[in-house]
Design a protein around this ligand. Structure first.
Ligand code: COI
Length: 364
């Protein structure tokens, strides 16, 4: 594969880094960003790392009107030995291409994009926080830049990567979150864009999220769009239930986002020989399990959310307090194992982690 040249323009003034102990998710950004242009007939070109700065866009850019855009979320960690570690970035690049296809946008070369990320991370490595529970969040995204008000796929795009030092996604930190089951609005329907990581899925969720927030809930749990009976996912994470010793999560069905953390947790649970099921699960079943004392734990999984225990589920006013509102044993074990693998404190039996220096050497 030909590696396209990267132009690098370093920032004149470096920003002050935020205090790692008070990091808020997605609020501060590093000194540089990556940009790659696309034009029909020319393909992806003009790879560059520039100082982090606002974008200049034509007011008629398609992304602003019809939401032709996709994104990803990944994290970089620094190990105790000082190496930079990424968790399954190949999977994010694969999913980015899946989302690009769904939105009629041009695919990226996955290896080239990873190589570009390596270069960006080498420049920004001092921004990777090392405090327990912190990391450098990576947000790759692609937008349709063509100025055109007709509804059609654009002929020009830009691919960006920006970086943000982060702590916990939820204000609760690693403590259990409260979730409201959404009965009125739906996130996605089969055949829609629910399985792609595209902005519209998140914009359409804001209304329900706002109501939940007013009632003191961190997120909403979405139900299926047809019967409003079956569990789909939570706003920023996939969801798991431990019922009488078995761990159950909704099966991938065309409207749920196929989370990389979700997939990794399933692999870890199977490796531990725990009973696991990917299937349809209804709220009635969850309520019965709760009433019979078999609903042992509920937790969400996601890049931003990591493993997030759920302490309360409110379904139409019926409140289910899970594991006495505490973090369950399995959630703790999963959180510890996953984050130890990610940061290099524990062996990685699955070959999930990419160490940046090693990867660059391999690609150079
Ligand atoms: C992630 O977990 O990386 C996500 O993209 C979820 C996001 C909406 C914060």
């Amino acid at each position: 594969m030909t590696r396209l040249p990267m132009q690098i323009q370093l920032a004149q003034n470096k920003k002050e880094k935020p205090d790692p102990s008070t990091l808020v998710f997605g609020k501060s950004f590093t000194d540089h960003m990556l940009i790659i242009d696309y034009e029909e007939g020319k393909g992806w070109h003009n790879h560059r790392i520039t100082p982090y700065a606002p974008l200049t866009l034509d007011p008629a850019a398609i992304v602003l009107h019809y939401g032709q855009t996709v994104f990803e979320g990944m994290k970089a960690y620094r190990s105790e030995e000082g190496t930079i570690r990424l968790f399954r970035p190949d999977q994010n690049m694969k999913r980015l291409n899946y989302s690009l296809d769904r939105l009629c946008m041009p695919r990226i070369d996955e290896e080239n994009a990873l190589y570009a990320l390596n270069q960006l991370l080498q420049i920004e490595q001092e921004w990777i926080p090392t405090l327990e529970g912190t990391s450098l969040y990576i947000r790759p995204f692609v937008i349709a830049t063509e100025a055109f008000l007709g509804v059609a796929p654009a002929k020009s795009y830009q691919f960006y990567m920006i970086l943000s030092p982060v702590g916990s996604y939820y204000k609760e930190g690693i403590h259990p979150v409260k979730i409201l089951v959404e009965n009125e609005f739906v996130r996605a329907a089969k055949g829609g864009t629910g399985s792609a990581k595209t902005a519209g899925n998140y914009a359409s969720a804001l209304k329900a999220q706002e109501t939940a927030d007013k009632q003191g809930y961190s997120q909403v749990l979405w139900l299926d769009s047809v019967e409003r009976k079956y569990v789909e996912e939570v706003g920023s994470m996939n969801i798991f239930f431990k019922i009488n010793g078995e761990v159950v999560t909704p099966a991938i069905n065309g409207s749920i986002l196929e989370g990389i953390t979700r997939k990794s947790i399933l692999q870890l649970l199977r490796h531990w020989n725990m009973p696991v099921a990917e299937r349809q699960i209804s709220m009635d079943e969850i309520r019965s399990a709760y009433e019979s004392g078999e609903l042992e734990e509920v937790f969400g999984t996601g890049t931003a959310a990591v493993i997030s225990p759920v302490g309360e589920l409110n379904w139409d006013g019926y409140k289910m307090i899970i594991a006495n509102g505490q973090t369950g044993e399995l959630s703790t074990r999963l959180y510890d194992t996953l984050t130890n693998i990610q940061t290099g404190k524990e062996k990685d039996p699955f070959d999930w982690v990419y160490e940046i220096k090693k990867h660059v050497a391999k690609l150079a």
